[in-house]
Design a protein around this ligand. Structure first.
Ligand code: MEV
Length: 331
């Protein structure tokens, strides 16, 4: 039983989604990647079951993220992401989880490489700790989120939850098995147009099948990862100096490499072409690829690019990444 004196009636949390500006997939193999939070994310509310009829935790997913309204308890099956989250909560919080009613709402399109699972994981764990009135250290948050992301993604590099937790632009690279994370000191706010090329086949599958191709094409793929690492290095410097046109060019080059790694699709190429044609400085897929989202960096043509993508029959919106606030990033 939860102790009424020490537990909140209801607790809320929110975590942003993310985009990867450069280095997706290559980051799994040690290359540098740059990632940024976006102003769309996931909200979680945790409350206590007052009916006394609950037999275990319950999750309700609402809003566009779940395309409607989904109820899930231990007897019913629902979207994979919620089923997995629920069984993890039972394992990690045991008795305390039994009386939790969790509502998840979000403004991120689902399964599009915009960090929905990392955003859900971070918001969920923070809300649960608030609900239980327990201190949550960064270390413990990271452990829970890594466990959830491993269920969702298989073998995550950790970049998604690192950017979601830090809520600022970061550079991320594994060195000797340890993630090196530092803020990217953006000199100005960055507006990005996001276009949705369609759902992807899941990050887990994308990472797995790239791993299989890598075994066959080790030399070629390794060279590409090295080049993407250097592109990320140059892009970071250009972002710091505010050289947007240069950043855009590097995004286009990165997209060429992602296509070479068989991560692009005709729809992704089409959205990149529309964006460039309407004045974007650069455009590329973001996240796992094989579908999902395209990001375009523009210099005043954001509205035109967004409208052109919508006119072609795809979802699109504009997001702003705030310039650096340079908070320390906990390890
Ligand atoms: C997914 O947002 C990014 C990938 O590089 C996977 C990972 O780094 O965990 C595709």
């Amino acid at each position: 039983m939860l102790d009424f004196a020490t537990h909140a009636d209801i607790a809320f949390s929110y975590a942003p989604g993310k985009v990867i500006l450069v280095g997706e997939h290559a980051v799994v193999y040690g290359a540098k990647a740059l990632a940024m939070p976006i102003d769309h994310g996931i909200r979680v509310a945790v409350s206590r079951d007052m009916s006394g009829r609950l037999q275990g935790p319950m999750i309700r997913g609402i809003g566009p993220f779940f395309m409607g309204d989904t109820f899930l308890d231990r007897k019913s099956k629902g979207p994979q992401v919620l089923t997995s989250a629920l069984s993890y909560l039972q394992e990690a919080f045991s008795v305390a989880a039994e009386e939790m009613m969790i509502v998840v709402d979000g403004s991120l399109p689902p399964g599009c490489g915009l960090g929905s699972s990392a955003s859900l994981s971070v918001a969920l764990i923070r809300a649960i700790y608030r609900f239980l009135a327990k201190e949550l250290s960064d270390q413990v948050l990271r452990e829970h989120v890594l466990a959830l992301e491993t269920i969702f993604h298989g073998r995550p590099s950790g970049i998604d939850h690192a950017v979601v937790i830090s809520a600022q632009a970061i550079s991320f690279k594994h060195h000797a098995g340890i993630a090196q994370i530092s803020p990217v000191l953006l000199s100005q706010d960055l507006q990005l147009v996001i276009g949705i090329a369609g759902p992807h086949d899941g990050t887990k599958n994308a990472v797995k099948s790239l791993g299989e191709r890598l075994k066959r094409q080790e030399q070629a793929y390794t060279r590409i990862f090295c080049d993407l690492d250097q592109i990320a290095e140059s892009m970071e410097q250009a972002l710091i100096k505010g050289q947007r046109a240069f950043v855009g060019e590097l995004m286009n080059i990165a997209q060429g490499y992602l296509n070479a790694l068989s991560l692009s699709t005709p729809e992704i190429e089409k959205l990149c072409a529309i964006a460039r044609d309407r004045g974007a400085l650069g455009a590329k897929l973001t996240g796992a690829g094989g579908g999902g989202a395209v990001i375009a960096l523009c210099d005043g043509a954001e509205g035109e690019v967004c409208n052109a993508i919508k006119a072609a029959g795809y979802q699109s919106f504009i997001t702003t990444v705030p310039k650096a606030h340079n908070s320390p990033i906990p390890n």
